[in-house]
Ligand binder design. Structure first.
Ligand code: NAP
Length: 234
């Protein structure tokens, strides 16, 4: 069955791997990011759309346009987000607000805007990319962990709220994945193959969720590299 899937953060890393795998499987992919020039998917079934999740007032109009142009949309995968780490006192107030907005509030806005349409479908899916940071707080991660804990609480409550509809809500919590996520950070996973997940591993988890029988909801998937090694950059 061919689906029409909205993937946020489709220009890089996990979202890009998910978009590529869905296109290979014959689905139509609407991919969002802040900069349409970053998309590298020259594919007839790929539709790029610009969306900045930090600009909350733009989310509803973009969502309305997507619903108007793609009424067949039945799956949304929330893979946009970024990391910022450090002691709380090292953050400015604006940085705290932005990290929580992009990693949580923007996703809640987009969900709210699309939910009435998705509830009308016999079967639809909301799949969020959380993190191991949604499961355990850790040093230097106060705001990042808070944004991911918020997302996890949101998905648990939303799953309950959507229980009488055909909307399935799932959360994937990866450990460290070898992506551009670490370009702006002072650490990265170790370089040995067993020390990082690949973005395609997360895309596989998305496929597993989508292929489950319609009566089965995969609530949460936690996946980690076989060996956790953090390397600090000089
Ligand atoms: P990435 O390669 O840096 O990709 C991040 C994506 O998010 C890009 O497509 C980027 O697009 C988009 N994005 C960033 N800020 C945005 C904004 N303000 N508005 C809209 N889109 C924005 O990182 P990734 O590893 O794929 O991370 C994706 C998600 O997985 C994030 O939520 C991250 O927290 C989570 N995660 C990552 C890891 C990891 O180790 N890599 C582990 C666990 C969870 P543009 O820059 O083009 O806008």
């Amino acid at each position: 069955m061919s689906r029409t899937v909205l993937v946020t953060g489709a220009s890089s890393g996990i979202g890009r791997a998910i978009a590529r795998q869905l296109l290979q499987l014959g689905h139509v992919v609407i991919g969002t990011s802040r900069d349409g020039r970053k998309f590298g998917h020259a594919h007839p079934a790929f539709i790029p759309i610009e969306l900045d999740l930090s600009r909350l007032q733009t989310i509803e109009p973009v969502a309305k346009g997507i619903q108007r142009n793609f009424p067949e949309l039945d799956t949304v995968i929330f893979a946009a987000g970024y990391g910022q780490f450090g002691g709380l006192e090292q953050f400015s107030f604006a940085q705290i607000e932005r990290l929580v907005t992009v990693n949580f509030t923007g996703q809640a806005f987009l969900t709210k805007a699309l939910l009435p349409m998705l509830k009308q479908k016999p079967h639809s899916n909301l799949i969020y990319i959380g993190s191991e940071a949604a499961l355990k707080g850790s040093r230097n991660g106060s705001i990042y962990c808070a944004s991911k804990f918020a997302l996890r609480g949101f998905t648990q409550a939303l799953r309950d709220e959507c229980g009488k509809s055909g909307v399935r809500v799932s959360l994937i919590n990866p450990g460290m994945v070898d992506t551009e996520f670490f370009e702006a950070l002072n650490f990265a996973p170790g370089r040995r193959p067993e020390q990082a997940l690949q973005a395609e591993d997360v895309a596989e988890a998305v496929s597993y969720i989508l292929q489950a029988n319609p009566h089965a909801v995969i609530d949460e998937i936690n996946l980690s590299p076989a060996s956790k090694v953090v390397e600090f950059k000089k």
